[in-house]
Design a binder for this molecule. Sequence first.
Ligand code: NAD
Ligand code: ZN
Length: 345
Amino acid sequence: MKAVQYRTVGKAPEVVEIPVPEPGPGQVLIKVTAAGLCHSDLAVMGWPEERFPYPLPLTLGHEGVGTVAALGSGATGVAEGEEVAVYGPWGCGRCRVCAEGSENRCPHAAGLGIMPPGLGSPGALAEYLLVDSPRHLVPLNGLDPVQAAPLTDAGLTPYHAIRGSLPKLVPGSTAVVIGVGGLGHLAVQLLRALTPARVIALDVHEEKLELARAVGAHEALLSGEEAPTRVRELTGGVGAEAVLDFVGARATLAVAAAAVATGGDVSVVGIGGGTLAVGFGGGLPFEVSACAPYWGSRTDLVDVLDLARRGLVSSHVETFSLDEAPLAYERLHAGEITGRAVVLP
Ligand code: NAD
Ligand code: ZN
């Protein structure tokens, strides 16, 4: 089968031919129908050799949707031919947080060598994908696979982040979304679907701001030093009750810190290398809570797919073949993808 692999640190990913994997005990083989490209893949491919955490070659892709092709011995609960979305942040499945569905927080996964598909384990940018357990499959129940693929991360991660701030996003409140890319354009829709907050989107590209407006942002502004002043003007001097930073660079975190309201939340989702100083004298208003959410829980994914089925969120996608995936990554790197790039193997 064809797969898109990162093979050598510092080199571009390559389309290669590898054997179709066989499902072992408890595993499920998925025929991939759609797989999203995430900016995190670019971050991974930017890490230096001495700190590279995954075995190479690595088949990329942590947003996968497909049909069940074969079940390993003892795997039950899904049927061959069923259309499913893959839940990516695999946990041990046995501890308390996993029992709650919050496998993204499993404290044992790393120690047990359990790694997400495309982020350590072979990923979804291939014709077939091995999933370690039926537990990590959510039925599409009629949802379009191309729509659904980005929801497994670009939808799930903002949903999880926003869910933490819901008590503050009351009528009259404001949420700021920094970076209207794959995650950000879904964040805008999720905020509109889940909260009465006014949504202000910030980006550095005019096409991304157009997309933000098209998917429901009340205001879409160029991000920069003056952005916090605009946010304060639009909020009667108060600032935003929630700021979601989907870039996470030093410059955007400075915007987040200057735009957040007293008592508000800053969610640092982007892994752009910046950090936020928490503590008196660190520059944040009093009583601000800051967090760095990671992906989402299994129930979060069920919820996001449900919102999409009801038409409350939809992925804006540009599709590519497996052979075109390296080019799609180049375009993502250049900021030329609006919404999410999705590969159809
Ligand atoms: P993307 O490339 O699709 O979108 C990024 C957007 O940010 C683009 O629209 C870009 O124009 C905009 N941008 C860049 N610099 C900016 C600036 N200075 N100010 C405002 N906007 C700016 O990326 P994505 O796939 O949506 O991922 C977003 C970030 O989230 C990445 O850092 C990714 O690694 C990270 N991520 C984190 C998690 C998590 O669990 N925490 C999960 C998935 C992705
Ligand atoms: Zn991702």
